[in-house]
Design a protein around this ligand. Structure first.
Ligand SMILES: O=C(O)CCC(=O)C(=O)O
Length: 330
């Protein structure tokens, strides 16, 4: 009898650990199946595993992951009546563990500099801006036409990150030669290659991203295609994508991020791209390009490139984004 009782106690005590272990080791498809065991009381759309919460379609914050304790604190502020602050800034200050483990800030080694003299240096650590990459007419055409299509992606951050990363926005993804067809200028890829000096063979699919008031994207590095497009993302995109999976190795780490703003935001209405470690804030301006290198030539994360999309206060913000991997193969 005593032996049976001890066995039962041991079994029950071991159960949460089993669930946790399998949750962590399973792929995204299986996570869906286990989610309901672990929901966070009082927080709709979130599930909890130990200290990590995965949230999908949380009204205040969108999709993301967080420490459960930090998440509750952040939600308490965001949901407070009359609070209209910047969610990216709040998440930054309320998640003390920061975002991802990255190498400590180093005294700057030799930087690679802007791709050409056409770029304005926003910071010597490697943030560059170029106005007029697209004309107003070209930017307007993209915004007008993209809205007639169904968005095919609203990104979900990988649930393996232990600290807070949230995003609320809408995306459309454009593969291969789609970027040379309506609504894009037919020479878009040539222009991107000419401006950044990164060959198109390294390019991931491009995205158009829309932010409405309240939308934002908290601090992140753009380090790897796998940060943004996990396995389940690829499953979702299977209908329009030729390959089944991406190796999450050095080849998919990103050597470049090119953002082209498609709308204007006058200061004071939020929606800027902000680099918190550099104190650099780039305001969206129609046709303006922003370029930086999320990782160094050896593929290691450049910690200075941490950036966020500050909460949009009013109006609408659209941008076109082209990520560039170290490897090839999309
Ligand atoms: O919207 C922005 O200003 C930045 C977007 C961004 O960082 C991203 O989509 O990775």
């Amino acid at each position: 009898m005593v032996a049976v009782t001890l066995f039962l106690l041991a079994f029950v005590a071991g159960l949460p650990a089993c669930l946790t272990k399998s949750w962590l080791s399973l792929n995204q498809r299986s996570i869906k199946a286990t989610r309901h065991f672990l929901s966070i009381p009082g927080v709709d759309g979130c599930t909890e595993d130990g200290d990590v919460s995965l949230c999908q379609s949380l009204p205040a914050l969108g999709d993301g992951v967080c420490s459960a304790v930090d998440l509750r604190r952040i939600l308490a502020t965001v949901q407070r009546q009359g609070w209209h602050g910047d969610k990216a800034q709040l998440i930054r200050s309320e998640s003390p563990l920061g975002w991802l483990p990255v190498p400590a800030l180093q005294p700057s080694k030799a930087k690679r500099g802007p791709p050409s003299n056409a770029w304005q240096e926003m910071h010597s650590q490697g943030v560059y801006m170029l106005d007029g990459f697209l004309s107003d007419m070209e930017a307007d055409a993209i915004v007008a036409q993209v809205q007639t299509r169904e968005p095919i992606s609203s990104e979900v951050v990988q649930p393996v990150l232990p600290t807070c990363g949230f995003r609320r926005s809408t995306s459309w993804v454009f593969f291969g030669s789609q970027r040379q067809e309506d609504p894009f200028p037919h020479d878009l890829l040539d222009r991107m290659e000419g401006a950044t000096h990164v060959s198109t063979k390294h390019y991931e699919p491009a995205q158009v991203v829309e932010y409405n008031p309240g939308d934002f994207f908290s601090d992140h590095y753009d380090t790897s295609a796998c940060d943004h497009i996990g396995d389940h993302k690829l499953e979702e995109l299977n209908g329009v994508k030729l390959r089944e999976s991406l190796p999450c190795d050095d080849s998919t780490r990103r050597q470049g991020t090119l953002i082209v703003y498609l709308t204007d935001e006058s200061s004071g209405t939020g929606g800027a791209t902000y680099f918190p470690k550099l104190g650099v804030r780039v305001q969206p301006k129609k046709g303006r390009a922003l370029f930086f290198r999320p990782t160094r030539p050896d593929g290691s994360t450049d910690p200075y490139m941490l950036h966020s999309a500050e909460t949009l206060v009013k109006g609408r913000k659209f941008l076109l984004q082209q990520w560039m991997m170290h490897g090839t193969g999309w």
